[in-house]
Design a protein around this ligand. Structure first.
Ligand SMILES: [Zn+2]
Length: 282
């Protein structure tokens, strides 16, 4: 009898150990939540350290757009973002563009992803691919679409075979909306836009150079009115941003006489605003 009990205990301990070994070390609670927090619509905290209350799902298909990789459950945003994307897609369709491919916005309650972007946390960031869908994509191609890069990264040059006038229209229409704070894109694409003759160049100020972003653009909206705990960024510097600052992104010839100093950055632990605790747990 005692032997049997010991045997059962042994099996139990074995299974417990096995289960613990198989579970991920640190599950990310923001990725576990499947539904928005049903509170007042609010973007809380900063783009790269915050959360989202009252998030709304972007319908997976709409006039002028399709949501790609829907299984990632990252198609939630502040209602301002959902309204913006719907409006943008209708406008680009009006200009004769094929469907926009909308990628990551935020998770249902925002928060940080385990891998990938550090922003997209407050429902105010969205990625739009620089490929268009002329037809409704099949379930498989929606889940694993082919990314088309606009930049020859090795040579820091535009891939002229991939770049179309439709891309320029997309940037202009997307950046011209007043609720847009910034659009991040590879510096080579910004240079391309700068070289074009535009009647109005004001919107170019919002198009900001950043690495990555050669097969997608990243739209960031202003803090919405009523989101009192939303932390905004300073406005981009005045002007169209096509001058010296943009040139400074170009690769520099390697100076071999300089010694290379490597520094290791300590990873800061970010603490979210207090309201995010409520958004996550209730
Ligand atoms: Zn992004």
């Amino acid at each position: 009898m005692k032997k049997n009990l010991l045997m059962i205990l042994f099996i139990f301990m074995f299974l417990l150990g096995f289960w613990m070994a198989m579970s991920p070390a640190e599950a990310n609670p923001w990725e576990e939540v499947q539904e928005p927090y049903l509170g007042v619509e609010q973007s809380i905290g900063s783009y790269a350290n915050g959360c989202l209350s009252g998030g709304e799902a972007l319908p997976l298909k709409g006039e002028g757009y399709q949501v790609i990789r829907p299984s990632r459950n990252r198609y939630y945003g502040h209602p301002n973002m959902i309204a913006y994307l719907s409006k943008l897609a209708k406008k680009t369709k009006g200009f004769g563009l094929d469907d926009l491919m909308i990628a990551d916005i935020s998770m249902p309650r925002g928060g940080n992803f385990t891998k990938g972007h550090s922003s997209h946390q407050t429902g105010l960031d969205a990625d739009i691919w620089l490929s268009f869908a002329p037809e409704p994509l099949t379930k498989d191609s929606l889940e694993s679409p082919t990314a088309v890069s606009m930049v020859d990264l090795q040579n820091y040059a535009l891939k002229r075979d991939n770049w179309m006038k439709e891309h320029a229209i997309l940037f202009q229409v997307a950046a011209s909306e007043p609720e847009v704070a910034r659009i991040f894109v590879h510096p080579v694409i910004k240079e391309t836009l700068c070289e074009m003759a535009w009647e109005d160049r004001n919107w170019l100020r919002k198009v900001r150079p950043w690495w990555g972003h050669h097969y997608h653009m990243h739209v960031r909206l202003q803090c919405p009115e009523g989101s009192l705990n939303c932390i905004s960024q300073n406005a981009p510097p005045a002007g169209d941003g096509c001058g010296a600052e943009l040139i400074s992104w170009r690769p520099k010839p390697v100076d071999e006489t300089k010694s290379v100093v490597t520094t290791t950055k300590k990873k800061r632990v970010k603490i979210k605003p207090g309201q995010c605790e409520v958004v996550l747990t209730q």
